[in-house]
Write a protein that binds this ligand. Structure first.
Ligand code: 4NP
Length: 161
């Protein structure tokens, strides 16, 4: 059974698809494709069915990262489906937890920045209404967090013989 990661932001067109595509890239480099599966979702319904934001796609492309995806909304069913749910900011975290009032799945929900080892921020800032620099900042923080997350996963995954 593959280990399943779900990255979650508000719109599922900027931060969480960037995290998903970046993580897939790192997993491929680490030879872990197939052992870990990544998906992303938004807490809102604003952009359901849309591809990633073209500003995010352009910033990622500059770093050699190809963006793929189609926005969908986070649902309660995702709690049982995914091993780890990674919220991009504290608002996303609260919105996710609000769908699990009993706290049954709380131990599976993390802030993405919990995995940063260089950045000290708690949130991956929402770049939607800001300038182009915001998208680069998102990618800087996600690079740090995805590397930390990869290290964590390598410790969790069973050794393949
Ligand atoms: P994301 O960015 O949550 O990183 O996908 C946003 C996308 C859309 C909106 C806000 C943030 N919006 O308000 O439409």
């Amino acid at each position: 059974m593959p280990y399943k990661l779900l990255f979650v932001c508000l719109g599922n067109i900027c931060r969480s698809p960037a995290a998903e595509n970046m993580m897939n890239h790192l997993l491929e480099q680490a030879g872990l494709t197939g052992q870990v599966i990544c998906d992303s979702a938004g807490t809102s319904s604003y952009h359901i069915g849309e591809p990633p934001d073209r500003r995010m796609t352009a910033a990622a492309y500059q770093r050699g990262l190809k963006m793929q995806g189609c926005a969908r909304q986070f649902t309660k069913a995702d709690f049982a489906e995914f091993d780890l749910i990674l919220a991009m900011d504290r608002d996303n975290y609260a919105d996710i937890c609000a769908l699990d009032p009993a706290g049954t799945y709380r131990r599976q929900v993390f802030l993405m920045c919990d995995f940063c080892t260089h950045h000290t921020v708690q949130d991956v800032p929402d770049p939607y209404y800001g300038g182009p620099n915001g998208f680069n900042q998102v990618l800087d923080i996600l690079t740090d967090a995805c590397q930390g997350l990869l290290k964590y996963l390598v410790q969790q995954l069973p050794v393949k013989h």
